[in-house]
Structures are given as structure tokens and as C-alpha cells.
Design a binder for this molecule. Structure first.
Ligand SMILES: *Cc1c(COP(=O)(O)O)cnc(C)c1O
Length: 359
């Protein structure tokens, strides 16, 4: 979509953040998670940037992996949701994709597969998130079945699980999930993978053979109470839009749809050409920071489809003019702060803006 707002992806930040993941989990290999078009950062471009330093990539579904292979990415690619039908298996065989197996019907599809191919399979254990995976008691039986399956490459058979609450280190949930997973896999000699970004950063016991960092690669902290600087992460995306009007309002004037914000005094405001159609979160509250001309100001009133209004009153030293560019998030203003003000998570904002704007 062609619009005024623009996105810049910072390659050196992506490389730096991957280096940080490797420093945190020095003995593990890395699946760089680039699903959802690399959280809005463009999956082929991101894969190209991370390529020299990552061991492999992970995406959600087969079509996402097709885009990467068409883009020339030849490293291993893991499909976190596995396959849904025979076509997915055919593509996976052609493109040499690694497949997650998490439910019964996938096993049947594998049993019935008629072409000769040995798939790289990861068996998913439901250690307590209760989204995808087999129950822990079944893991030994299923692992043995897959190890001896004519359509499975026994050398690349792996075990994995996913955490529900790795970003809440004070809860016992993650420790319980680690124990459940370890118990389910006891005595099985195969590479294991448990950790998302939050776990890479704080759950050392769960690093195992392969880690799966996502959000941290994009410079965002998975923890609400710790910012990106506390983990030395750098913003990989800057989202900017131009100022299209600056004008003076009187005390008592109301701003925007539903007139939710009223000027407490005579004041100057600026209108920025960016709204929810660009992926700026509609639920960002008045007071959400916006960076412009070297300092932060605040959003006033409702976010509209194509515009937001900000306070221009405190910019006396470096007045805001039509044509200036505002940073909605990026190097100067963390997307985590914006997400919090919009009562959402940075994952959603990055995906929406990046994919609407076409990073
Ligand atoms: C998305 C995803 C990840 C990456 O999670 P982050 O919180 O972004 O690090 C890891 N593993 C699985 C199974 C996922 O779906």
C-alpha cells in the first residue's frame, strides 16, 4: 500500500540482536523466527541479513517458507505449525522443509504419503501451554514410531515445546513446563528446543540444543517490566510519518473523533499523516509518546484512519513545521512504550505496521 508513512528496517540492529541471542545461549544453535513476514520487517530481506549468523529459520506455515525459498534462502527452515495436507508435504519434500508434528492427523498423512522422501520432523510436546502438541505420556511411543518410520529422516528427528509464560519469571509455570518436557523426553537421544525470546533471555535451563528467538531479534523486550536497553537490544524498525498541518487551538477546543480530548489552554497542535490504516494502533491513548524534532511529545485525542494529532506546544526551541517527520516508534522511541499505551503488545504493532506499509 502506497502511503505517506514510511518504514525503515535497520540491518545492523537485526545482526546485533541476533548476536545478543547467541551471547545469551552460547551453546545452542539458533532458529531465527521470521514468521508473519519477519514480524513486519520483510522475511526475505531479514533472512538475507541474518543468513551469515543464524543456523536456520522458523516460520509458521508452508507458504511462508515458499516465499523464502523463492527469495533464495537455502538454510534449513522449520515450519512451526507443520503441514495440513498432502500438498504441504509435497512442497516440504521439494523445498526440503523441516516439519513440526503436533497432532494425530499429521501422522496419518505421513503414513499415507506415497512418494519417496525422508522428512525432517520435530515432535511437539504439550508441556502445559495446551495449544499445540501431544500429551507428555505419548512422547516415547510416538518418538519410537517416527524414528522407525520409512518417511522420516531419523538423524534430524527433534523434540520441541513452547512456553505460555516465559515472560513472567515470577510464576512457576515455566519451571513446571521445563520439568514436564524433560520428564516426557527422558532417555530420548535427540536434539531439543524449548526457548522463545523471553526464555533465551532469562531461562538458562531451557536453552537446550536449539533456541527460537523472535521478538528480541527485532529489538523489542518480551518483558513488560524491563525495557530493550536492559537487554542491550536495538530497534530494527523505525516508523515515521510527515507533519501535514500545524495550527493553534483555543482553550476548550476539542480534538478529533468523538471530541475526546479538550485543550486545557490555548495551544499549538500538529497533525501527522499516519493512522490505523498504516498500522498505528487505534487504541493508542491520549498521552502516547511521539518523537519529533529531537524530543517526545504526546498524542491528543483519537487515532483516525489516516491521521493523528499531537501536542506542538512544548517544541518552542525546535518548532514543529509542516514537512517535518515524526517518529511513531524506532531508534528514539521504543515500540514497547507505544504498545503499552495502546494496551497491546509490540508483536501486534510491528506485524500490523510492517505488513500494511510493506517493509
Ligand atoms: C513465535 C514463536 C517463537 C518466537 O517467540 P518470541 O516470543 O517472538 O521470541 C518461538 N517458538 C514458537 C513455537 C513460536 O510460535
Amino acid at each position: 500500500m502506497k502511503r505517506s508513512a514510511r518504514i525503515t528496517v535497520h540491518p545492523e540492529a537485526l545482526q546485533h540482536n541476533l548476536k545478543r541471542a547467541k551471547e545469551c545461549a552460547p551453546d545452542s544453535k539458533v532458529f531465527s523466527v521470521i514468521k508473519a513476514n519477519a514480524y513486519g520487517h520483510n522475511s526475505v530481506a531479514t533472512a538475507g541479513i541474518l543468513y551469515p549468523d543464524t543456523d536456520a529459520f522458523a516460520v509458521s506455515c508452508v507458504p511462508e517458507a515458499v516465499v523464502l525459498r523463492e527469495g533464495g534462502i537455502d538454510l534449513p527452515i522449520k515450519i512451526l505449525q507443520g503441514y495440513q495436507n498432502n500438498d504441504d508435504l509435497n512442497i516440504a519434500a521439494d523445498l526440503n522443509l523441516r516439519l513440526m508434528v503436533h497432532e494425530e492427523r499429521q501422522l496419518t498423512l505421513l503414513d499415507q504419503y506415497s512418494k519417496k522422501h525422508k522428512f525432517d520432523i520435530t515432535l511437539k510436546v504439550d508441556s502445559g501451554m495446551h495449544r499445540l502438541g501431544f500429551q507428555p505420556e505419548r512422547i516415547h511411543e510416538l518418538f519410537t514410531k517416527l524414528k522407525n518410520h520409512p518417511q522420516v529422516n531419523p538423524d534430524n528427528l527433534m523434540l520441541a515445546t513452547h512456553f505460555s509464560s516465559a515472560d513472567e519469571p515470577d510464576k512457576s509455570t515455566t519451571q513446571d513446563q521445563i520439568s514436564t518436557f524433560n520428564k516426557a523426553c527422558e532417555g530420548i537421544n535427540a536434539p531439543k528446543s524449548l526457548s522463545n525470546s523471553a526464555s533465551v533471555l532469562v531461562w538458562k535451563d531451557a536453552h537446550a540444543d536449539w533456541v527460537r528467538p523472535g521478538i528480541m531479534l527485532y529489538g523489542s523486550s518480551p518483558f513488560t517490566d524491563k525495557d530493550r536497553d536492559s537487554f542491550d537490544l536495538q530497534a530494527a524498525m523505525t516508523f515515521e510519518a510527515p507533519v501535514i498541518s500545524v495550527h493553534d487551538l483555543k482553550k476548550g477546543d476539542c480534538i478529533g473523533y468523538s471530541a475526546t480530548w479538550q485543550c486545557p489552554k490555548d495551544m499549538q497542535v500538529a497533525v501527522i499523516a499516519c493512522g490505523y490504516a498504516d498500522g498505528y494502533p487505534r487504541h493508542a491513548a491520549s498521552g502516547t509518546p511521539v518523537w519529533i524534532n529531537g524530543k517526545t511529545t504526546e498524542l491528543l485525542g483519537r487515532v483516525a484512519m489516516d491521521m493523528i494529532v499531537v501536542n506542538a506546544d512544548d517544541h518552542k526551541e525546535n518548532p514543529i513545521k509542516v514537512g517535518d517527520w515524526a517518529e511513531l516508534w524506532g531508534k528514539n522511541l521504543s515500540v514497547d512504550t507505544v504498545a503499552e499505551k495502546a494496551e497491546t503488545i509490540p508483536y501486534e504493532i510491528l506485524c500490523n505496521a510492517g505488513n500494511l506499509r510493506g517493509a
